[in-house]
Write a protein that binds this ligand. Sequence first.
Ligand code: ZN
Length: 136
Amino acid sequence: MKIIGIEHIGIAVKDLSKDAPFWSKVLGIDRSKTEDVDGQGVITDIYNTGRGKIELLLSKYPDSPIGKFIEKKGPGIHHVCLQVESIDDSIKALKENKIEIIGDTPTIGAEGFKVIFIHPRSAGGVLVELAERNDS
Ligand code: ZN
C-alpha cells in the first residue's frame, strides 16, 4: 500500500452558513467547491490549503452517517482521509492485515475519488478514509 499524503480532514458541521466563515473568512482558505454527494447523504464544502483540504460535511438527512455522528457526538472531526496510489492494492493489504473495512468495495466520494473507510475499531478510534484519484 502506498500512501501519497493527507487528502483532507472531514469535519461534521450542523450549519454551513455559521461554520464555513471561520475557514473561509477568518483563516482565509479558498473554497474549492461545494458538492452534493447524495450517495453518502452529505453536502461537502471543500477548502484547499494547498497541502491538504478541509472538508466540511453537512448531513442532508437525519439518518445519514454524518447525521448519526452529530446526533451521537456533536459537530467536530469526523474522519481523516489519506490519498493512496491504488485503492485496490490498499484494500488487499488491509484484508491481509485483518483490518476491518466498512463495505467490501470502493465507492465514489467527493471529487470523484474512489474511497473506502477503515473502521475506527481497527485504527485507534479514528475513522480513516483511503482515497484514490479517479481522473478517468
Ligand atoms: Zn472524506
